[in-house]
Design a protein around this ligand. Structure first.
Ligand code: NDP
Length: 402
């Protein structure tokens, strides 16, 4: 039995992971689950799975969780607070840790799992974007196994020669072709983007995902973060990674080798495929995903991304080239701007404007240790918030004069 901890179990990736685990009770045992504030969903998961441990990062939600479980002895030890996630990430009973917390909040627990030598299933791309060199060094030092969950990186991994290890450049690699659906605004005229709502931005044409990554997909920042992730994971330079818009989301990414061969991984757009792949690797297990019907799909289209309309992608490409702390600054500004957009304090083009303003004023620098990453993250968040307040004031003044 393989013990599994799912950090971010109440989210989209977390629930998909539980779905795959439920199909293989003879193979996997869910030992720990964790969320932030969603006590109701976590309580339902505890009652269904009866894991040994469950945690809420936000202690204020713990009384609600206790109340929901009162009278139902589950044998589950309840923990709370951000440090509880790190505790679950290093449990001896958990051989495998699914890092499915969204954003920078997942960094410490992801690092803890890497240091503890776990099989680390990495959905939380932000931790790699922020602290890639530290995370990869921890994986190498502990002998952990880092397996990508992003469908694009899972696709690339599946096209690599056996024996590849995270951070190393695969032998004979020429280019990585990272596919992108283009998001819900792929064909929306640029002048309309100022009026799009958070609901429209979260209505992804091919994938059902959490709100933050959905907005990232709509701005193409998600592809930018994935570019940085691909460079770190596969030892590639940004120039070796080409972004290709592929509206059908059937070809999940491709690898070109020096001999001209291009290998691709295809499948229905369903996160249970990369999740099942990483859980069972190097074996294959049923994921519940429907078969790919190429005849029904009919065609596969590819085109170049529009980095003028989707400025976030261009900003991420610049940060990827700069390296060091630049991706940390980019990621932090993006998280703050996306949150403001979801709360209707910022319009859609404002996301790129905020990030650009923060990135332009940043001095970058090298990553010496985790404290550098955390300081750059905190500083960029302050700057991004100031910028949003400034933009809101300017808009209010303009409104008053109109
Ligand atoms: P969701 O928003 O659906 O879920 C996020 C999870 O993280 C929830 O369990 C949430 O708990 C928890 N969480 C949020 N904030 C905190 C915090 N401060 N401390 C601890 N836990 C927290 O996100 P997704 O599942 O969509 O995405 C998760 C990660 O996977 C992201 O990094 C994303 O980029 C990546 N990813 C997602 C894909 C997808 O298909 N969804 C595809 C590829 C990558 P609560 O419910 O209590 O808020």
């Amino acid at each position: 039995m393989i013990g599994v901890a799912v950090l971010g179990s109440t989210g989209s990736v977390g629930e998909n992971t539980l779905d795959v685990l439920a199909r293989h009770p003879e193979r996997f045992r869910l030992v720990a689950i964790a969320a932030n504030t969603n006590a109701a969903k976590l309580a339902r998961q505890i009652l269904t799975w009866r894991p040994a441990y469950a945690a809420l990062a936000d202690e204020r939600a713990l009384p609600e969780l206790r109340a929901l479980l009162a009278g139902s002895p589950t044998g589950t030890r309840l923990l709370a607070g951000p440090a509880a996630l790190e505790e679950l990430a290093v449990l001896p009973e958990a051989h495998c840790v699914m890092a499915a917390i969204v954003g920078a909040a997942g960094l410490r627990s992801t690092l803890a799992a890497a240091r503890a030598g776990k099989r680390l299933l990495l959905a939380n791309k932000e931790s790699l974007v922020m602290a890639g060199p530290l995370l990869l060094a921890a994986v190498n030092a502990s002998g952990a196994t880092l397996l990508p969950i992003d469908s694009e990186h899972s696709a690339i991994f599946q096209c690599l020669p056996a024996g590849w290890r995270a951070g190393a450049a695969p032998a004979g690699l020429k280019r990585l072709l990272l596919t992108a659906s283009g998001g819900p605004f792929r064909d929306t005229p640029a002048e309309v983007l100022a009026t799009v709502s958070p609901e429209a931005a979260c209505a992804h044409p091919n994938w059902v995902m959490g709100r933050k990554i959905s907005v990232d997909s709509a701005t193409l920042m998600n592809k930018g973060l994935e570019l940085i992730e691909a460079c770190l994971l596969f030892g590639a330079t940004p120039a070796q990674v080409e972004i290709v818009v592929h509206p059908q989301s059937i070809v999940h990414s491709l690898v070109e080798y020096v001999d001209g061969s291009v290998l691709a991984q295809l499948g229905a757009p369903d996160m249970r495929t990369p999740i099942a792949h990483a859980l069972a690797w190097p074996e294959r297990i049923d994921s519940g995903v429907e078969s790919l019907d190429l005849i029904r799909a009919g065609r596969l289209d590819f085109r170049a991304p529009d980095t003028v309309k989707f400025r976030c992608l261009a900003l991420a490409q610049t940060a990827a080239r700069a390296g060091g702390l630049c991706p940390v600054v980019l990621n932090a500004a993006n998280e703050v701007a996306v949150e403001a957009f979801l709360e209707r304090r910022l319009n859609f083009p404002g996301i790129a404007a905020v990030i650009e303003a923060v990135v332009e004023r940043s001095t970058g620098g090298a990553i010496g240790g985790l404290e550098d990453v955390l300081a750059a993250d905190a500083d960029s968040r302050v700057r991004a918030r100031e910028r949003i307040v400034g933009m809101t004031r300017t808009a209010a003044v303009r409104g008053a004069h109109a």
